[in-house]
Design a binder for this molecule. Structure first.
Ligand code: DX5
Ligand code: ZN
Length: 211
């Protein structure tokens, strides 16, 4: 299991140290939650903060856009060269075009689905993306409770991926902990995002427990 700690739960008063510590603790990716106060009722980081994270990080960035006007934000964050840049299907009329734009920047495109969004909405995108991120909480905040019917959704997604694009990874975000990690693994998840679980304990122990 690959582990991507969400720095939304880090102490922003000492972000430098937090990034170093989480990288040394053995994370695989650093998950960055970009919220615009419109698509979700919260406001987080812009490219200035994320570029200082990128300078310190020794692990690749996984940028999760929770914004309106995706294309504008892709242009803002692409120069920071994240490994993954993901956007919500609910907020994009021209998803295929945006996927291509992200790939043209040399970045792996990923698509995100809210908990209630059906998999049919991405049937004709699966072959073009490198990862699908399934939200297991309603986006906007860390520390929320895991929505259990996502486990069923993961299994359906796994079947679709095997048919249409076997190299596409499945990532899950929200409420992940040692309590549900085994079920997530068994359902077919490749990468978990974990914010409060990792940052509210010993980083290395918590990352290892998920792995
Ligand atoms: C929620 C964010 C998540 C969040 C996860 O909108 O996308 O990445 O930080 O936090 P936890 O693991 O605490 O649910
Ligand atoms: Zn996220």
């Amino acid at each position: 299991m690959l582990v991507a700690p969400s720095i939304l739960s880090a102490d922003f008063g000492k972000l430098n140290e937090e990034i170093k510590a989480i990288c040394e603790a053995g994370c695989d990716l650093i998950h960055i939650d970009v919220m615009d106060g419109h698509f979700v009722p919260n406001l987080t980081m812009g490219p200035m903060i994320v570029s200082s994270v990128a300078k310190i990080a020794t692990k690749p960035l996984d940028i999760h856009l929770m914004v309106q006007n995706n294309s504008f934000f892709v242009d803002l964050f692409a120069p920071l060269k994240p490994k993954y840049l993901s956007f919500h299907i609910e907020e994009e009329k021209h998803a295929n075009r945006l996927v291509q734009k992200i790939r043209d920047y040399g970045i792996s495109p990923a698509i995100v689905l809210n908990p209630h969004t059906t998999l049919e909405s991405i049937d004709y995108l699966l072959e073009y993306v490198d990862m699908v991120l399934l939200m297991s909480v309603n986006p906007g905040f860390g520390g929320q409770k895991f929505i259990p019917n996502i486990l069923e959704k993961i299994k359906y997604l796994k079947d679709k991926i095997e048919l249409r694009n076997p190299r596409c990874l499945i990532e899950v975000d929200g409420g992940v902990s040692d309590k549900n990690i085994m079920e997530l693994k068994e359902s077919g998840v490749d990468i978990v995002v974990a914010g409060s679980y990792v940052f509210n304990g010993n980083y290395k122990e918590r990352i290892n427990s998920l792995k």
